[in-house]
Design a protein around this ligand. Structure first.
Ligand SMILES: [Zn+2]
Length: 242
């Protein structure tokens, strides 16, 4: 695990416990609150976060960007805290927690007992004093949310953006594209995702193009086997088997 300062207010913890990708947990420190974006793979993975919070007299607020296991298993480390997600995320977690746990149990770090978000929303939540906006941004999954820090103009997108290629886990490509276009309206200075750091507006535009090509069954050339494999999975989800 690496801990890197990415801006005045934000540190990222980068975990490499899962083979094919690294996973980011963000710690955004504001005047009177600290926001933790995602909780990775269990209580042990949250020990460095807990250490970083020691001695700080600030309210800790946890955000789950979406219901996938590699973003939520450390929730039980924060039972005393507010844990925010979209209402659909809470529903999906309630339904799929045990099954996701069973399927991926080799990745559990410490304890990953079921603990659901305790504050949910539909469209958006604003922490006005902290200038943090959390908004619904369906795409990668139907329950995906994003966070915009209006002070630093940093956009945190969860898994809606990813390099070298996104995982499409919901069939509604039109909605995904709408979300990505909305991202551009924020004019973010920095863009951080669940598995990739420092994305750009170009990456958003490339992802919109990829989704359009995917929707229209265009032939796409890829640089390597990994990208071809993920694309084949995305294609199968949208169009059925190739
Ligand atoms: Zn995901």
């Amino acid at each position: 695990m690496e801990n890197i300062k990415i801006s005045e207010n934000c540190n990222v913890l980068i975990y490499d416990n899962i083979e094919s990708y690294t996973t980011n947990v963000f710690l955004i420190e504001k005047k009177s609150k600290i926001f933790i974006i995602d909780t990775f793979c269990g209580t042990d993975s949250m020990i460095p976060i807990k250490k970083a919070l020691e001695g700080k007299d600030k309210e800790v607020i946890v955000v789950n960007t979406h219901f996938h296991w590699d973003h939520v298993w450390g929730n039980c480390s924060f039972k005393e805290n507010m844990i925010i997600s979209h209402e659909k995320c809470r529903e999906l977690l309630d339904k799929h927690w045990d099954e996701q746990l069973k399927k991926n149990e080799k990745y559990i770090l410490g304890n990953a007992e079921k603990y659901l978000p305790n504050l949910t929303f539909d469209t958006s939540i604003n922490f006005h004093d902290e200038r943090i906006e959390i908004f619904y941004s369906p795409g990668h999954t139907i329950d995906s949310i994003s966070i915009f820090d209006h002070d630093e103009k940093i956009l945190y997108t969860g898994d809606n953006l990813e390099k070298p290629i996104i995982y499409v886990e919901d069939k509604d490509i039109e909605t995904y594209i709408k979300t990505l276009k909305k991202y551009l309206d924020y004019k973010p200075k920095k863009i951080m995702a669940g598995h990739t750091l420092n994305l750009t507006e170009d990456n958003i535009n490339q992802t919109i193009k990829y989704l359009n090509d995917l929707k229209n069954r265009c032939k796409i050339e890829f640089e390597d086997e990994y990208m071809r494999k993920i694309h084949a999975e995305n294609y199968n989800l949208i169009h059925g088997n190739i």
